[in-house]
Write a protein that binds this ligand. Structure first.
Ligand code: TXA
Ligand code: MG
Length: 356
């Protein structure tokens, strides 16, 4: 049997691996990331290769504190500083003009860099330890996309990250840092801070209302300029193998799930909805979260479970679209756009027209 990638709970071990040019799967409060030291071109190239990610898709650089963000960015606008001060460590990524430290290899050749101070204690320990053990390179950054293959469901546990990437990691060079299940469960809010007003590129744990309140500014609603590309926020993303269908409310579930009479067919459809939504007979309840936060925490594990059970389709009723609910609705819409394009047998859409 081939050797397996070491799994540890020791942040110092992960810091040493990263400083040495290896890759570390890292826990964060949002989702697990696949990290490389951001100033190591070869290590960062291995991250792209492991994920199968196109080279022009920029990576988020994770740093220990807002001071470090000033070293990787340059000329941050006042509202970006306010957001960092209020939300970091936390589920917020700021896209700002880059400093020379942030090379083309992490920014996908753009003049901006995405920066985040993660809130997971082990991730913070790793970042601080890198600066302490290699003060010459401080402040270090760890370039880390979500630890999944390109376009697939993000991992919220170390086991899920390994299921995605075990084949791409090197047992002699790399490590998995296990920090338990991610507490937020969906990726950070990305805010473009290159214009006069903040603009949300991806909804996440920090809401639009939070950003307005913290900055005292309205949000830009026009499309980002050509110089701000968030290519990873594709229409089709976060997709399990099962078809994902989003319906507006619990009343729509039964109508949508017109399964055939055979019990094998009935067992092939899963439901994702708040606990108040009833499960139609024969449908597999994948999760029944009590509230929006629990919905976000369980979302990706539930999509993985659908695949583990070999379900053909998942019907999802998103929670109300405020706050984290907006992030959940966003991910479900992308999962629906990115999931299987052929009509599975035993599955009928109301109206009968095949989806694209
Ligand atoms: O919560 C998160 O943000 C997680 C954890 C691991 O921190 N990371 C994450 O990374 O979701 P990733 O690479 O899967 O998604 C980052 C998104 C991509 O859509 C990428 O295109 C965008 O951020 N992005 C990164 N840097 C950017 C930049 N300079 N300009 C515009 N978009 C950027
Ligand atoms: Mg991702």
């Amino acid at each position: 049997m081939p050797a397996e990638v070491p799994i540890t709970r020791d942040a110092a071990q992960a810091a040493a691996v990263l400083l040495g040019g290896g890759l570390a799967v890292l826990p964060t409060e949002t989702v697990y990331g696949l990290g490389a030291r951001a100033d190591d071109l070869r290590a960062v190239a291995r991250v792209y290769a492991a994920k199968g990610r196109p080279a022009d898709h920029p990576l988020i650089v994770h740093v220990a504190d807002p001071m470090a963000a000033e070293a990787w960015g340059r000329g941050l606008p006042a509202y970006a500083r306010l957001l960092g001060a209020a939300c970091w460590p936390g589920p917020l990524t700021l896209v700002v003009p880059r400093s020379p430290r942030a090379g083309d290899h992490v920014t996908g050749g753009q003049d901006t860099v995405g920066l985040r101070v993660p809130a997971h204690p082990l991730a913070l320990q790793v970042l601080r330890r890198m600066d302490a053990d290699d003060p010459g390179g401080a402040p270090h950054g760890v370039a880390a996309p979500s630890a999944n293959r390109f376009g697939r469901v993000s991992p919220t546990t170390a086991a899920h990250a390994l299921a995605e990437l075990a084949d791409a990691l090197d047992p002699a060079r790399d490590v998995v840092l296990d920090g338990g299940p991610s507490g937020v469960g969906v990726e950070s809010t990305i805010v473009d801070c290159t214009g006069p007003l903040p603009r949300i590129l991806r909804p996440g744990g920090v809401s639009a209302a939070d950003i307005r309140r913290i900055t005292g500014l309205d949000l830009a609603t026009d499309a980002p300029g050509a110089d701000v590309r968030a290519p990873g926020t594709l229409a089709a993303h976060y997709a399990p193998r099962a078809r994902v269908v989003v319906v507006p409310s619990g009343e729509d579930v039964a109508g949508e799930v017109r399964v055939g009479p055979g019990s094998d067919r009935q067992a092939r459809i899963g439901l994702l909805a708040l606990s108040g939504v009833a499960t139609p007979p024969g449908v597999v309840r994948l999760s029944a979260p009590e509230d929006v936060a629990a919905y976000a925490r369980s979302l990706y594990a539930a999509l993985r479970e659908a695949d583990a059970l070999g379900l053909a389709a998942v019907v999802a009723v998103p929670p109300p679209a405020e706050g984290l609910g907006a992030a959940i609705a966003d991910r479900l819409a992308r999962a629906a756009a990115g999931s299987a394009t052929s009509e599975p047998s035993g599955w009928q859409r109301r109206g009968g027209s095949p989806r694209r």
